[in-house]
Design a protein around this ligand. Structure first.
Ligand code: DX5
Ligand code: ZN
Length: 221
């Protein structure tokens, strides 16, 4: 289980996205792009035109996290815009299987995200349709929120379910991941770590990515 780090540009300087992406290009695995529509979550960020431009400007593959209503309608366009991974929310998708298949057909990895209050068990039968399961460790909408320890048992159960179904699903955790919390997440079985403020809030974002990765690798054993 290789550890991967996906810095969230939500905590970066939106006026200098290309430079902010370049700052972690040699240390991170992905660039996490938080798309918010002010309906599914009470915040508004960015959409397709910026993802298209970022895809051209950034060396890292884009890990697009769609916190939007109607992902069935919009998710395929993010795959077409060049995202390497497109994650939709289980709470928002009306036709998750059709949408996940469409994301894959368009050449991107397909992800399914679960809010802290959404149980993982009902989705275990869909694991064959997924490349990544995202367990949110905050209620989505904002960077810099406090990590919710209550999701750790769900991360553990998700890891067990992934093992038992034999599916090659990455397990991502997003929200409040930092030097204080990443070890708990790795011990619970997460292998892809989103970090916004713990990377872009630091003096040296690349060094922060290296340090988080080292911590996660040690904790995952
Ligand atoms: C929150 C977003 C996260 C956010 C994480 O809704 O999905 O990706 O950027 O930020 P931190 O790491 O600061 O909690
Ligand atoms: Zn996110």
């Amino acid at each position: 289980m290789a550890i991967q780090i996906s810095p969230s540009i939500l905590s970066a300087d939106f006026a200098h996205l290309a430079q902010e992406a370049a700052a972690v290009a040699d240390s991170a695995d992905w660039l996490h792009v938080d798309v918010m529509d002010n309906h599914f979550v009470p915040n508004l960020t960015l959409g397709l035109p910026i993802v298209e431009s970022l895809h051209k400007a950034a060396a890292l593959p884009l890990d697009c996290h769609l916190m939007i209503e109607d992902p069935d309608r919009w998710a395929p366009a993010y795959a077409e815009a060049g995202a390497g991974s497109v994650t939709i929310h289980a709470e928002a998708a009306k036709s998750p299987v059709r949408t996940l298949r469409e994301i894959r057909r368009l050449g991107a990895r397909a992800g399914l995200a679960l809010n802290p209050a959404t149980p993982v068990e009902p989705y275990a039968d869909l694991f064959g349709e997924l490349d990544m399961l995202l367990v949110m460790s905050v209620d989505p909408g904002f960077g810099g929120q406090k990590f919710l320890d209550v999701v750790l048992p769900k991360i553990r159960r998700a890891r067990q379910l992934i093992r038992s179904t034999d599916a090659a699903v990455w397990l991502q955790v997003d929200g409040g991941v930092s030097a204080e919390t990443i070890e708990r997440c790795a011990e619970a079985g997460a292998d892809v770590f989103v970090a916004g403020s713990a990377v872009y809030g630091q003096e040296d974002p690349a060094a922060a990515v290296d340090a988080l990765r080292a911590q996660a690798e040690r904790a995952a054993g």
